[in-house]
Design a binder for this molecule. Structure first.
Ligand code: ADP
Ligand code: MG
Length: 325
């Protein structure tokens, strides 16, 4: 099978499912470039590369590679408050394995349909399995940046934290051996759910936002650095799923939630006066108020009224004691 047949068989799909963007895309796959009609508002763009053996296990299923590559990139759009417009796919394959391509292509289209983001172009080359996704989105008014937060504002997080990181050790086990609770954790890693609706509703309410891809503390630190402030987090307010708490000790669960990445929840800040408004947005996903921003730099956690410093500008300060090996 040649490159062109491969593209038309596995990657070419009509835009009929995407009435939101159909009229923006004048030409998709098939010409030298995709052609988009000029957008009103702002165009936001993000690109991410996933390399086999480093961003996903070398023996990961094709479905997992597709869902995670696209999901993690679409999550960046959610974190900006953007609406998806389209994405390109640069795919490097070691060989042409039709069963793999079939599974990858159909999961990619399933995820793309769920998030209403059409594939508008790409490139296909031979080499070690590598997937680069570039997402394009638009924001009609103002974007959610990492800067813009101020001392005194609340820190919020969507959903539950730590599940995806806790699933990493499970990836090596046969699927059939997992308990239903372990399977729930596994699913959080396998198919991230970008918080597109939430991100878009937070425009004009949140003062700063980021998606949690590297771990709550590391990602909140990005907001703090960009906004020139620090944060005090309440340990008891960190949202931990019942699946995580049933599978690990409280201490390990908390450590996964603070340090573990791959959850793709949104962490955002907002004035205290917006508390009721934000609670009213929690129909699709739970929202937890986990702490407060302050002038003093770095991130500290409050536990039984006592403060423990977790991260300063130089990096982690206090994770060794809590760490999960
Ligand atoms: P060119 O040589 O002009 O870059 P290509 O032969 O690489 O063109 O690609 C032909 C068409 O197929 C282009 O429209 C390109 O965007 C699309 N394409 C190539 N690979 C992929 C892929 N993996 N996914 C989606 N579209 C692809
Ligand atoms: Mg090309």
């Amino acid at each position: 099978m040649g490159e062109f047949e491969l593209i038309s068989r596995y990657f070419h799909a009509p835009f009929a499912n995407f009435p939101n963007v159909e009229r923006l895309i004048e030409t998709g796959i098939g010409d030298d470039c995709a052609v988009l009609a000029p957008l009103t508002g702002r165009l936001v763009i993000s690109t991410d590369t996933c390399v086999s053996g480093s961003h996903f296990p070398a023996d990961a299923s094709a479905e997992m590679v597709a869902a995670r590559s696209l999901g993690s990139s679409v999550s960046d759009l959610a974190a900006m408050g953007a609406e998806p417009v389209g994405f390109t796919l640069a795919l490097t394959l070691p060989n042409i394995n039709e069963a793999w391509l079939q599974a990858f292509g159909s999961q990619l289209h399933e995820s793309a349909s769920a998030w209403r983001i059409p594939l508008i172009g790409g490139d296909t080359t031979k080499g070690p399995l590598t997937v680069t996704v570039t997402v394009f989105g638009r924001v009609q008014d103002q974007c959610l940046y990492r800067h813009g937060a101020s001392p005194g504002e609340d820190v919020w997080v969507s959903g539950f934290l730590g599940d995806a990181a806790a699933a990493l050790p499970l990836l090596e086990r046969p699927r059939a051996s997992l308990t239903p609770l372990e399977r729930q954790l596994y699913q959080r890693y396998e198919s991230p759910q970008p918080r597109l609706k939430l991100g878009s509703k937070l425009r004009g309410i949140a003062t700063a936002a980021i998606d949690v891809s590297d771990g709550l503390v590391a990602d909140l630190m990005h907001i703090c650095s960009a906004s020139s402030c620090g944060a005090l987090i309440d340990e008891d307010a960190i949202p931990l799923s019942s699946a995580l708490l049933a599978t690990f000790s409280q201490q390990d669960a908390l450590s996964y939630a603070l340090k573990g990445g791959d959850d793709y929840e949104l962490c955002f800040t907002a004035p205290q006066s917006a508390r009721n408004l934000i609670q009213s947005l929690s129909a699709d996903v739970a929202l937890s108020r986990i702490g407060i921003l302050r002038r003093e730099s770095g991130i500290a956690m409050r536990k039984h009224g006592e403060e423990v410093k977790l991260m300063s500008k130089g990096g982690y300060d206090h994770f060794k004691e809590n760490s999960v090996t």
